[in-house]
Structure formats: structure tokens, C-alpha cells
Design a protein around this ligand. Sequence first.
Ligand code: KG4
Ligand code: ZN
Length: 340
Amino acid sequence: METLIFDHPILAIESSCDETSAAVVHGRKVLSNIVATQMEMHEKWGGVVPEAAARAHVSAVLPVIQEALDVAKVSIKDIKGIAVTNRPGLVGALSVGVSAAQALAIANQIPLVGIDHLEGHLMAILSLEQELNFPCVSLLVSGGHSELVLIHEQGKYQLLGETRDDAAGEAFDKGARLLGLGYPGGAKIQAAAETGNPRRYSLPKGMEKARYEMSFSGLKTAMLRLVESEGERISIPDAAASLQYAICSALTRRVENAIQDHQPSSISLCGGVAANRSLRKQMLDIAQRHGIECYLPDFSLCTDNAAMVGLAAQCYFSKKRESVPLVSVFPHSELFTFDN
Ligand code: KG4
Ligand code: ZN
């Protein structure tokens, strides 16, 4: 089936967690993608404080939307559809983006559609300048998610498995903290691992017998023990390389299982952990070995951003799904309705 593309400018808005973002996309083309992060504020308080996140979205949302229109060189009058993340996420944070989207849609009589944040991550692959071949086994890995999804086609998703505790990004972040490498952990672990020996320290890969389910909390405990037992003698590059190896092996093993069970035409990677060079290379190798395609979207479309929300909306606007004037917000995802 051909990829469903809407050949008009769409304004997209994302405010589900700690990034306020707005973008203009036209078909597969991202004309602008503005992201205002609240990371510094939440770092100071040691985590995302929902009320503070919502307030920060309130001050950022209108300037970010204006900047997205300015950079794309379009006016709100040129916009033929508005897409906004309405689930899952912090309800207060989501409401800010949704209220702005509704106000713009009603005032300018533009069709509006609510998008699941996870569908946004999965559909970042639409930005690639090529026809996509489905079914696609997609690994969605970030600080908050580790999900293995079978994309049957645009709009039809099957959850194959997910982590039962920590997300893959969290495992990188916690490991980096234990090694004294700082934040954000993934990039620091990757850098330190470059000269390290991934086989020096044996770390658990979590639920090795499970076909799709994953677990990363044991890694954190094992890292803590390693740091305590090795003390001053620990080799930071070897420990970082061993951690990266354990996380990537746990992830790619599930991808291999899914290829065996479902014979997909392609595999893909999305979410912040998709920045990891070792994981990207392993995904490319797996695809090559099986003679299937591997879709790796640009890093700016892998971390939380609004362009991916506009890309996910392509199939809804192109199918002319009736737009609703009001969009509700939900804390949970309802994306995986496809029967297993
Ligand atoms: O998608 P994202 O920006 O934010 C959310 O979690 O929503 O993902 C951030 C996560 C962090 O856990 C960070 O450590 C991880 O992505 N990350 C990486 C790399 N760059 C970022 N993990 C491994 N290798 C990297 N190069
Ligand atoms: Zn996300």
C-alpha cells in the first residue's frame, strides 16, 4: 500500500511532557520544528514537577507556535490541518497544547486531529524520502519508553512487548550516574564506551528467556555492585562499553525474535536512544542480514518534537477522517487496539 500523504501544510503541537514544541510539515517535508525544553528547570528539582511543567508550557506555547510559522514562512491562513498530541502524558501539560490547538482551529476554521504521542515517535520514519514497506518492526526506546511495535500500516499498530520496569534510556542514565559521568547519560556512556572493552564486565541482559518482554532494573543493581566491588580499580570505558553492550543486546534480541515470528519488510528505530551509534549500526546489520530495510530517522525527529506529530497526522488528514472541534486529553495511550 502506498504511503498516505497529505499534500498541504499542517501545524503540529506537542506538550505531553517537558518539551513545548511546534512544527510545520508539508507531506514528508519538515518545514520547521521548534523545541523549547524545560530540562534545566526539572533537573534543578530532580524530576518533572507536573504543575511547573504545565506553567512552563503556558509561557512557551504561543511564541513557539509563532516561531514555527515564521521559520516555515507560512501564515496560519495557509495551514490546512492542525495536529496536537492529546495522549499519553501529564494531563495539565497536554491541556496547554490542546487548548492552543483548539483555539487556533476554531478561530481559523482549520480541521483538528488529536494524536497519540507514541504514534508520533513511530511515524517519524515518514520523514525519510522514500516509500515505506510495511509491516515494520519498530523499536521505540527513550527515557520513558521501551516498546517493540509491529506497524502493520499507517494507523494500525500492534504492541509485541515492552519493558516491565525501567526504560532503556533510564538504564543508560542510571548507569552514567553510578559511573559519575553526569547527565544526559546515554551520550556520556556512548562517548566513554568508544575505547572500552564491552566484554570486560558481565552484566545481566534481563529476562533473557522472554521473547518480547524486557527488564532493565537488574542492570542498575548490577552496575551498583560492580562500582562498589571494583572501587578505584574500575575501568570507566570498559564499564560503559559493557553497559551499552548489555542494553543493546537485550533490545536487538527482541528485534530478531520479531523478525523470526512476523517476517516484516522492514525494521525501524525511534525515541531518544535511537541516537546511539552502536544500536543504529546493529539495527542496520540485522536488516542487511535478513535482506530487509532499516529506517533510521534523523535524531532531531527521534527525541520529543512536534514534527513527528504532524507526520503521524498525515494518514488521518489524507483519509479525510472527520475532524472534531474539541479534543479531550488522556493520561494513557490507546494506540494498540490491534488484536494480538
Ligand atoms: O526521547 P527522549 O529525548 O526523551 C524522553 O525520554 O522522552 O530520550 C531521552 C533518552 C535519555 O534517557 C538519554 O540518555 C537517551 O535518550 N539518549 C541516548 C543517547 N542520546 C540520548 N541513549 C543512548 N545513546 C545515546 N547516544
Ligand atoms: Zn517521547
